[in-house]
Design a protein around this ligand. Structure first.
Ligand code: PLP
Length: 627
């Protein structure tokens, strides 16, 4: 726990069990319900599902939906707020059908709705959000078809709100609504002057991509009035960025948003809803701070600031309390899924060594390095040892390029160099002061654990925006982790790595892990991948979507679980077809080429059949390694 900080980032959903395995507690209020991750892995293996695997804990998803809604309800009651809460889940955060279905089902008692930001998402939410009492909020840029689909939803009796992002959309919507004679529900998105804090702060401010300026909002209201449609203007929306790290941004946004709402009301436009967008952050690094991968508040505090912030302003301005809407996606989905992968190898810069015995006629560079290595115990200035060794190594490389040193001599120098570095590393492990260059030894002597997955498919944000995601071994947590390592994936891309972790309270470039044992697979989990990571990945190197298992706990046995569904990941054929190949034609071309080799004796007919079958099996197989 001190190393991996599971309870700090786990949101109450994960803990380290007595057997040293990670356990999932899908209902944080009732920790007697727990699922042993090792048992999940065993069952996945028994079912013959190949790793890497996305494991979805559907009970966690349900718990998050219930938490957000319940917290809003209790806070509203405590605050004496006269309006209600009617949240929506923005499907872009994870559009997987099973995820959306689960959220809709878990949200039904709260009339929890959906948000869409594109035409494809709109088609999805029209089919999925069938509850007439819940909201469907439509953000994003819109065209003629988009507007017609929204109005179709109105005809079906749905509470569909078209949020105007730019003024020309309003003119289009009014035109089509009149043509079809359907009253739309209209929202306006305000371009806020307050900016969020963190990686997504450009969603706010005057240069924000979306939203109307105050002048445009007033123009919108007046235009609707002219058109006899002022009654259609029902919602004010703002969103100042995802993953707000600092609660002050939430408070500032509430003040600004509530003021706009109140003044619109006083101008004769009594809106029913104020939609505060997303932004509720996740504590990925467990620091509960304003670090980029963290946030300095809880869900309770966020909700309290939204509810009390709105109440205070409305009371001051003497306007009614509107129904509050929020569009939290990250907070709903992040915890429920994690990527489980197996470590399939170790890469170490100093692992190989060759015999460094004295040889007649060897170059004096080798002799110098050997002398240094053999007298380490007599040296009292370790910084000097480091400087000398580094200089000898650099000179040796130059000499090799100039054909002065042989390949074998260079290898001897390299072996001796890493021997010296290991000694220095051990020496400084017990010292309080470590010179700056030597601090890098931690990293350069660390291992790289090779993980059977693709960063670009499963953890895109770690590559794209340095997002930190917790990485944790799923077993052996009762053993001391002795190997410092970073993780590398199996893509042919040197960016395919994870070298940012939280260890205790620090952000480091290596993570302590356990020594690999022969015949004992070592599984690690990449946690909090349910928001965005699950759906934003790409097929770099043709590594496709992962196999998925959906886990539910049993109502009558708090220690048990079942795999409700296995969703097969992409096969090689699938990814090739997306790239416009024709796998069937490829297989028959290969067959022709292999069969041609029978006549010249390279294969006998039986061998040719086997090679053909092998090629076809690989085509229909998984894109990841079979360890
Ligand atoms: N609503 C809008 C308009 C967004 O752009 C986003 C994401 O940036 C969200 C909601 C979801 O935000 P979050 O995942 O931070 O809850």
């Amino acid at each position: 726990e001190r190393v991996y900080g599971v309870s700090q980032w786990g949101g109450g959903y994960f803990r380290i069990g007595e057997k040293g395995n990670v356990e999932v507690t899908p209902v944080p209020e009732d920790t007697s319900i727990s699922i042993d991750f090792k048992a999940v892995i065993d069952e996945i293996r028994e079912e013959g599902v190949q790793f890497p695997v996305v494991v979805r804990f559907h009970d966690v998803l349900r718990s998050q939906v219930a938490s957000l809604n319940t917290i809003f309800r209790t806070t509203i009651t405590e605050a004496g707020y006269n309006g209600q809460y009617q949240g929506v889940y923005p499907v872009k955060v994870n559009q997987m059908r099973e995820v959306v279905e689960e959220i809709v089902e878990a949200g039904a008692p709260f009339n929890y709705g959906l948000e869409a930001g594109s035409k494809a998402e709109l088609l999805t939410v029209l089919a999925m959000n069938t509850n007439e009492d819940s909201l469907t909020i439509l953000n994003g840029y819109k065209d003629d078809e988009f507007m017609r689909l929204a109005l179709l939803g109105r005809k079906l009796g749905r509470k569909i709100v078209v949020v105007v992002e730019k003024y020309s959309e309003l003119l289009l919507l009014v035109k089509i609504a009149k043509e079809l004679n359907i009253d739309p529900i209209i929202g306006v998105r305000a371009k806020m002057t307050v900016k969020g804090r963190g990686k997504w702060e450009s969603s706010g401010g005057e240069r924000a991509k979306f939203g109307l300026t105050i002048t445009e909002i007033i123009k919108t209201a007046r235009y609707l009035e002219e058109q006899g449609m002022a009654h259609c203007l029902k919602l004010l929306h703002f969103h100042i960025g995802s993953q707000l790290t600092d609660i002050r941004a939430v408070k500032e946004a509430m003040t600004e948003g509530a003021r706009i709402y109140a003044d619109l009301h006083k101008m004769g436009f009594p809106l029913d809803y104020v939609d505060v967008g997303g932004g509720l952050g996740i504590d990925y690094d467990g620091s509960n701070s304003t670090n980029e991968s963290s946030r300095n508040y809880s869900m309770q505090e966020y909700v309290a600031d939204v509810v009390y912030g709105m109440k205070e302003m409305c009371d001051l301005e003497d306007v009614p309390h509107p129904t509050l809407v929020s569009e939290s996606g990250r907070a709903i989905t992040a915890h429920h899924s994690c990527v489980v992968t197996e470590i399939v190898g170790e890469i170490k810069s100093n692992s190989a060594s060759i015999d460094t015995e004295v040889k007649d006629g060897e170059h004096f560079f080798v002799k110098n390095m050997r002398e240094l290595a053999e007298t380490l115990d007599q040296q009292d200035n370790m910084q000097e040892v480091y400087n000398d060794a580094s200089q000898y190594k650099e000179q040796a490389l130059d000499a090799f390029k100039l054909r002065v040193l042989t390949l074998e001599e260079l290898a001897k120098i390299e072996t001796l160099y890493w021997h010296i570095m290991s000694h220095l590393h051990a020496y400084y492990a017990n010292e309080e002061y470590v010179p700056e260059e030597l601090q890098e030894l931690d990293y350069s002597l660390s291992s790289q654990y090779l993980c059977n997955f693709s960063v670009f498919q499963s953890a895109a944000d770690t590559w794209a925006i340095d997002q930190l995601l917790p990485v944790v071994p799923l077993t052996r947590m009762n053993e001391r982790p002795e190997v410092n390592c970073s993780l590398v994936d199996i893509t042919c891309d040197s960016d395919g790595k994870i070298d940012q972790f939280t260890v205790g309270r620090e952000i480091t470039d290596v993570l302590p892990m356990h020594k690999l044992k022969k015949d004992d697979p070592y599984y690690v989990g990449l946690f909090l991948t349910g928001a965005y990571q699950d759906v934003m990945g790409d097929m770099h190197n043709l590594f496709g979507r992962l196999n998925e298992v959906h886990i539910y706990s049993y109502d009558d046995d708090p220690q048990d679980f079942y795999i409700e569904e296995v969703v097969k990941g992409s096969s090689v054929e699938d990814v090739l077809s997306i790239m416009q190949y024709n796998p069937k034609a490829m297989a028959s071309d290969m067959k022709r080429m292999i069969d041609r080799q029978i006549s010249n004796g390279t294969f006998n007919p039986r061998e040719a059949v086997r090679w053909n079958d092998f090629y076809e099996n690989c085509l229909s197989g998984y894109t990841y390694l079979k360890p």
